[in-house]
Design a protein around this ligand. Sequence first.
Ligand code: FPP
Length: 283
Amino acid sequence: MSTVTALSRINELSKDELAMYRQLDPEQLPKHVAIIMDGNGRWAGQRRLQRFLGHQQGAESVQYVVETASRIDLPWLTLYAFSLENNLRRPETEVSFLMRLLRTYLVNNVKRMNENNVRIAYIGRIKDLPQEVQETMQWAAEQTARNTGTTLTLALNYGARVEIVDAVRDALSKIAAEWSGQLSLEELLGKLSEQHISKALYTAHMPDPDLVIRTSGEMRISNFLLWQIAYSEIYVTERFWPDFRGLHFLEAIREYQCRERRFGGLGNTPKAKAVEPEQILAH
Ligand code: FPP
């Protein structure tokens, strides 16, 4: 059970983090931050180390960021830890190291998660992960289930396109069951809405991410939460994941707060000289 009360834990931030936090508007903090953790291999390569060591250092960054997120009371933090593509395109030795690292990380950090009131959850094709990994994952989720602070969701064996395909199938089969024998196929398809799909995604119970952070400078989304990030702000830093700490996390939130979110609407443009649309189209 959680050992943490609802008191503010801002004073647990480091001196640098606190200085950065003071630049934020506490009323406008994001509710959900999702991170594409990238650059473990390059971090290791720059130091002439094996890739494994980059991943090991990356696991340290995970814990730093989780604790900072929990200290500022972020409700949802989602980390892209292992994609379906990782599973297919990396050498077997690296995949099996990542699986062992995940288990070690969970076993070593559950106590700290409880001290920080963090609940652990997962999204992805979890059933295709090795049995012993699933068991440790389940254990960590159970040990932290009653915590009420940040929900840390690890995306494992995750791919957004597969998630969407599964969600559409699921939503359609529910609609078909509800209207069984009463509607034509065309009418059934017409009933499918965005809401049906959102409710059938792994993330049905979470708000969509306000902010997506990607480390190591790549300008890609890499099949991560494609549906959910339709209106998210995206922040890319050149820093490699093993060098990313709570301070950099707060820096990303500061940048996010400088953005004007439009959700497909209009921005605050200065007043312009009046021109009729017909006049423009006539040229
Ligand atoms: C990308 O680095 C990172 C990953 C494969 C996923 C992130 C994994 C960790 C941070 C390890 C520990 C995770 C947990 C949850 C304990 P990369 O190998 O693609 O780097 P590169 O692009 O520089 O080669």
